[in-house]
Design a protein around this ligand. Structure first.
Ligand code: FES
Ligand code: FES
Length: 193
């Protein structure tokens, strides 16, 4: 926990949120969710509030590299953690491969669910590459993880709802981004060998 912050009371605490590589120290009411802290206090409105009760995935961000529903996490519980929001996934002017794939393959319609979809997809690709099985994985003991096929993508992305029904394009976009990221990883490993 950060040192006491001016304005802290018995119902609020000073916390430090490391968001997209920037440190923000602020007092927050203990009931403030991470989602509200990001949107209302830090003006990072890319992360969306859909249901505000853990059912839609619109508020998905990465906390220490893992997917988190920011509407279900208290801001005080994110004190000192590394948080990545949609505003932080690109590399300068270069879009993240998942962002680019969503653009190229029309992985959205209204776009409201898209920041959560993209943050979730980034983690999905990394979880799959690390060998984490899903409920769609037939052989969880296989030495080589199964490919990230459409069934795997649908299962792993099932916490992110899209009211526009852009699912077919979303699955294609995640598959293409995964292929590109795997090829990039292989190229880096080969260069280092
Ligand atoms: S707003 Fe968090 S899951 Fe819907
Ligand atoms: S693109 Fe509209 S809710 Fe998904």
């Amino acid at each position: 926990m950060a040192p006491p912050t001016p304005g802290a009371t018995t119902t609020s605490s000073g916390i430090t949120l490391n968001v997209n590589g920037e440190k923000h120290t602020l007092p927050v009411d203990h009931r403030t969710t991470l989602l509200d802290a990001l949107r209302e206090r830090l003006d990072l409105t890319g992360t969306k509030k859909g249901c505000d009760q853990g059912q839609c995935g619109a508020c998905t961000v990465l906390v220490d590299g893992r997917r988190s529903l920011s509407c279900l996490q208290l801001a005080v519980a994110a004190d000192g953690r590394e948080i990545t929001t949609i505003e932080g996934v690109a590399d300068g002017d270069r879009l993240h491969p998942v962002q680019q794939a969503f653009l190229d393959l029309d992985g959205y319609q209204c776009g409201y669910c898209t920041p959560g979809q993209i943050c979730s997809a980034i983690a999905v690709i990394e979880e799959h590459a690390a060998g984490w099985p899903s409920a769609a994985t037939a052989d969880v003991g296989a030495e080589t993880p199964p490919p990230l096929d459409p069934d795997e993508i649908r299962e792993r992305m099932s916490g992110n709802l899209c009211r526009c029904g852009a699912y077919v394009s979303i699955v294609r976009a995640v598959a293409r981004a995964a292929e590109e990221m795997q090829a990039d990883d292989a190229a880096v490993k080969e260069a280092a060998a």
